[in-house]
Design a protein. Structure first.
Length: 164
């Protein structure tokens, strides 16, 4: 459920595959992926062009369900075991999208997701923190209009610049 390329310039670092992605074997091949592509203003052809876009989640396998619903967090041993090795194979990465809390905490350390996303400029040009694009994010977006007004245009500009 990951895609690595020595020529990729953009890295999408997410959580771990969900049930639909696990079944299809294609990362972000679910409603969350559709929302992420809308945020990026990117079609499937570019999104899945491994020569330009790498996808490397914090966990490589579906982590299962939590007792009270929702997906479990990525397995804690996964990212430390494989992530650094795979990142060394991608020397051209110039922007990493940190999609969701797990990717943000792994890379930037602990802290509230909304605070990190709102301070996206502080992490550029190397990182761009984003909320996870699940269905739950709709309410978050309505409560944080600055995301659509400020963060998404900046995200699109940063991604376009990297993929030129």
């Amino acid at each position: 459920m990951f895609r690595v390329s020595t020529t990729a310039r953009l890295l999408i670092a997410g959580q771990a595959p969900g049930t639909k992605v696990h079944a299809s074997g294609i990362p972000w091949n679910d409603p969350s992926g559709e929302r992420l592509r809308r945020w990026l203003s990117m079609d499937r052809e570019v999104f899945y062009d491994e020569s330009r876009v790498a996808i490397l989640p914090m966990g490589f396998c579906y982590p299962g369900r939590l007792p009270n619903g929702g997906d479990a967090p990525p397995r804690p041993e996964c990212a430390p075991l494989w992530r650094a090795r795979l990142l060394t194979l991608m020397p051209g990465i110039s922007l990493t999208l940190l999609v969701g809390t797990y990717a943000q905490v792994h890379t930037l350390g602990p802290g509230p997701m909304t605070v990190r996303v709102r301070a996206f400029r502080d992490h550029l040009p190397r990182y761009f923190p984003l909320p996870h694009p699940s269905w739950r994010t709709g309410a978050w977006e309505r409560n944080n209009p600055w995301f659509s007004e400020e963060a998404l245009p900046a995200l699109r500009d940063a991604v376009r610049a990297v993929l030129r």
